[in-house]
Design a protein around this ligand. Structure first.
Ligand code: CMP
Length: 140
């Protein structure tokens, strides 16, 4: 079993889709190991998405991700990072496979409902961004 990070984004929380998306992921075999309800400030959103700093959409992404609360969570499964990417679908909902979270709930490439770590290595970094070792202890 491995773990990965998902973030239910501000569009998901404001649309009232958080429970449905979590149920979808649990039904797909992911187990919830930790979660928080929080609101990112500008510095936090910039740091989390630092890899995209030079992309044209960066400012807009930071503005969107700080526009309301988010729900970061640690999910566990066999090969969790790759399997979660598959379950959520492509970044652009128009390209997301039928039945994936983004095909069902995302509004646009930016307002795409959910973030998921893109590799096991980034999952470790992104989990540590939101959760401490103590948050995960005892939830096995
Ligand atoms: P996420 O999986 O969280 O990773 C980076 C985010 O940047 C992505 O989802 C989208 O919210 C946003 N993003 C990626 N590409 C674009 C784009 N071409 N235009 C606008 N936003 C984008």
């Amino acid at each position: 079993m491995t773990t990965t990070l998902a973030i239910l984004k501000p569009d998901t929380i404001s649309a009232g889709h958080a429970g449905k998306i979590l149920a979808h992921l649990e039904a797909a075999g992911f187990r919830l190991r930790a979660c928080r309800f929080t609101r990112l400030n500008g510095l936090q959103a910039e740091a989390f998405y630092a890899v995209h700093r030079d992309r044209p959409f960066f400012r807009s992404l930071v503005s969107f991700m700080t526009s309301g609360p988010v729900l970061p969570m640690v999910l566990e499964a066999d090969d969790a990072a790759a399997r979660l990417r598959e379950a959520i679908g492509a970044t652009d909902p128009e390209e997301a496979a039928h039945g994936t979270v983004r095909a069902l709930y995302a509004k646009s490439t930016e307002r795409n409902a959910i973030h998921a770590s893109d590799s096991e290595e980034n999952a470790a970094r992104e989990i540590a961004f939101f959760f401490s070792e103590a948050d995960l202890l005892g939830s096995e």
